[in-house]
Design a binder for this molecule. Sequence first.
Ligand code: GLA
Length: 397
Amino acid sequence: MTDLKSFYRQQFGSPPARWVRAPGRLELLGNHTDYNQGLVMSVAVDKCLEMAAAPRLDGKIELVSSAFAQREKFSFDRIEKNPANSWADYAKGVLLQLRRSRVNFTGFNAAIRSAIPLGAGLSSSAALEVATVLTVRHLFPFTLSKTGPASPPRRSSSGALPELSKTEKLLLAQLCLKAESEFVGVNCGLLDQISCLFGKAGHVIEIDCQDLTVDHCPMPSGIGVIVCDSGVRHDLADGTYNALRKLCESAARRLGVSALRAIDPRRLEAERSKLSEREYQCAFHVVGENHRVVCAERALREGDLEQLGRLLFESHASSRDCFKNSCPELDLLVELAAAQPGCIGARLTGGGFGGATINLVELSQVERFCHEIAAQFEARTGRKAPVLRCQIVDGAG
Ligand code: GLA
C-alpha cells in the first residue's frame, strides 16, 4: 500500500485517512450461469485495485485513477454520468445506490491504483464498485440490512471497523450489481461482485445464484493459475452481453420456467422444439455449464484433476460452438494451452468475445507453459498475449 499512499499524497497533497483493496476475479467454471440463477465457481486473485481516501469538507467528491489521465470531480448530491470520464461511472453508480439506500455520506477524495488489466475479463469494474462501497463504509460507517440502514458499526480503539458478515457482503454485492445494471447499463449477474467480496486465499468460491449461497472449497495444491490475455477488447456495455441474457430469458419463458437453472439436459432435449435454434444453443450452454459445475465440485473434492481439466475444456468448446461468446484469439490460446505439458485445463473466463483465458497448470510446468504460450501465440498471430501468474487471495477489505 506504500505506493498507493504516496500516490494519494502526490495527488491531494496530504496523507489518506483510509485505504481498501479489492481483488480481480477469475471465473473458473459456470459461464453466463449467474443471471440464469445457476451455479458458478470462481477465485479472487492477487491482481488488485486499491483505493485510498480521506473526507473533505466542501461536499465534493474527487476521484483520480493511475490508469486514466483525467480526474473526475462532482458534488456528493449531484451524481451524473460524464461521458468524458466513463471509468468513474462504476464508482458513481455505487454512490447513487448508497444514497438510495439512505446511507449518509458527504465529500471525499479518493485515489485509485489498479493492477487488474482493463477489459481482460478479470472484472476491474466490480473491483472499483466494491472498493468504492468499502471506502464509503470506512469514511462514513454504515450498516445495511435487508430493510435499509441499521445502526452503524463501532470502530475499535485502533479505528478499525468490524468484519462484514456474510449477509452484509451479499447486500453490498447486490448494491454494486444494481449500480452496474442501472447506472452503467450492463445487466450482469452477481458473479463478479460476490467473488470480489467473498474470495478466500487458496480456495475456490462456489456460488449458487438461486439460493444466494457462497461456499469455499480448497484448490488442490500443486496447481498454478495462469491468465493469458488475448488482447482483444470487447466492451460488455455495447449490448452484446444484454442480448445474450435476453436469449436465455426468452428460452426460459418458452420452457415455462422462471430461469434456466430449473432445466436439466434431458428436459432441454425433450422440449427443444419450443425454442428457436439460437435460444436452444444458449440454453444448451447454460444448462451444460450448471451440470459441469456440479461435476467440478465433485472433482475438486476428490482431487480428480483430470476430470476438472476436462470440464474446463468442454466449457470452452461450448462457448465456442454453442453460446458463441469466444473469438479466434481465445480459441487459439486454448488450443495452444491444451498442447502444453502439464496443462490441466483451459477456457475463456468471464463475459467472452475477447478478454482472457484461465489455465490450470501443474506447478512444475508453469514457467515453461508461460514462456511457450506467449512465444507460440506471437508466432501464430504476430501479436503479444500477456501471460499472468495468479495467486488465489482473500476478498476485498
Ligand atoms: C461477466 C459478467 C458476469 C458473468 C460473466 C459470464 O463477467 O459481469 O456477471 O455473467 O460475464 O459468466
